[in-house]
Design a protein around this ligand. Structure first.
Ligand SMILES: Nc1nc2c(ncn2[C@@H]2O[C@H](COP(=O)(O)OP(=O)(O)OP(=O)(O)O)[C@@H](O)[C@H]2O)c(=O)[nH]1
Ligand SMILES: [Mg+2]
Length: 200
């Protein structure tokens, strides 16, 4: 549930980027960090290995403006995608208001995507969350790679989009689809908040 502070008139939502190793989660946050004006973002914290693999998580707080008189803040996190960091993934996922599942569109990474998607569902269930109830957006990343190496958005929809959530083709390296993804998820999260406002 987003944190709503009625006195300060602030809403804070936690959004988590999830997906297999090297699918481009950190790249999404780096692109957002580079494009959001300094006044609207905090420091990006990345805890990574020397080879740039996420070890714990990345964290980037941003402010998306005033909605219905409330300053709306989003705390963006990535999980470490490597299979053996599951305990950390669970911690980062705790209390998420929405998830971007980043799919690596490369055909040779298909099984890793499936495994990570199942892992997301299991970790949510352990926290008492049914993935069908959670604001979710799919991002089909690396669509810039040659067509013979990647699956198309319709093919990936067939495999992953079981409940017709927003799905966006992307090239996080150059920024295509990155803000569209963030906007799609923040819209769903705020719609849900409006439908079920917290009680005082
Ligand atoms: N061509 C291409 N490369 C990408 C894209 N997005 C990310 N990459 C590259 O893929 C590699 C892995 O990206 P990361 O963002 O570090 O992946 P991650 O999902 O954070 O990986 P973990 O931290 O291990 O879970 C890097 O070399 C990126 O530059 C994309 O859209 N297109
Ligand atoms: Mg990473």
């Amino acid at each position: 549930m987003p944190l709503v502070n009625f006195t300060a008139r602030e809403i804070t939502c936690k959004l988590v980027y999830y997906g297999p190793g090297r699918c481009g989660k950190t790249t999404n946050l780096q692109y957002i960090h580079g494009r959001v004006p300094e006044a609207r973002r905090g420091r990006m914290v990345s805890l990574a290995t020397q080879s740039d693999r996420t070890l714990f998580f990345d964290f980037l707080p941003i402010e998306l403006g005033v909605i219905s008189g409330f300053t709306t803040r989003f705390q963006l996190y990535t999980v470490p995608g490597q299979v053996y960091y599951n305990a950390t993934r669970r911690l980062v996922l705790q209390g998420a208001d929405g998830v971007v599942f980043v799919v690596d569109s490369q055909a040779r990474r298909f099984d890793e995507n499936v495994e990570s998607f199942q892992n997301l569902q299991e970790n949510l269930l352990e926290q008492g969350v049914d993935i069908r109830q959670l604001p979710l957006v799919l991002q089909y990343n690396k669509q810039d790679l040659p067509p013979d190496l990647v699956l198309s958005a319709p093919e990936l929809d067939e495999a992953f989009n079981f409940r017709s959530v927003p799905s966006l083709p992307a090239d996080a390296l150059h920024g295509t689809g990155v803000f569209e993804t963030l906007k799609a998820l923040s819209t769903v999260v705020l719609q849900r908040l409006a439908a079920r406002p917290p009680t005082l």
